[in-house]
Design a protein around this ligand. Structure first.
Ligand code: CMP
Length: 138
């Protein structure tokens, strides 16, 4: 069993897509172990995406991520990190495969509707960034 962090981003929450995206997640066999809706501050978004701070899109990305509410959750399952990344599809929706969340719902490479951890180390950092032990079921 493995855990990963999911964020349903402001572009998707604003379009009332949280339920549809969570349905895709659950239909893929991933189990929600923790969940909340929050609005990040700029500083919190910058802390979360600190690994990207030298990238040209950092300021725009962190502005976008605090522009409205997000739904953060911890997903659990066999190979959850890879499974969720496959379900999300490519970062740029123009390259995302049919049947993926980003192909269906993402607007562009920044407003790409969902985030998922990319490795066990980032999953550990990202789940702790949003949830303490008391907030995780099981
Ligand atoms: P995410 O999987 O959350 O990881 C970093 C985010 O930066 C990415 O999704 C996009 O929302 C955003 N982003 C914007 N431009 C780019 C880019 N050129 N390459 C990668 N990510 C980008």
């Amino acid at each position: 069993m493995e855990r990963t962090l999911s964020i349903i981003k402001p572009d998707a929450v604003e379009r009332n897509l949280s339920g549809a995206i969570l349905a895709m997640i659950q239909e893929a066999g991933l189990t929600v172990k923790a969940m909340k809706m929050i609005q990040l501050s700029k500083k919190q978004a910058e802390g979360f995406y600190a690994v990207h701070k030298e990238r040209p899109f950092f300021d725009s990305l962190t502005e976008f991520m605090c522009s409205g509410p997000v739904v953060v959750s911890i997903l659990e399952g066999d190979d959850a990190i890879a499974k969720y990344r496959a379900l999300m599809g490519a970062t740029n929706p123009a390259n995302a495969e049919e049947g993926t969340i980003r192909k269906k719902y993402a607007l562009d490479i920044e407003k790409n509707s969902v985030h998922g951890s990319d490795a066990p180390e980032t999953a550990a950092f990202e789940t702790k960034y949003f949830f303490n032990d008391l907030e995780i079921v099981g």
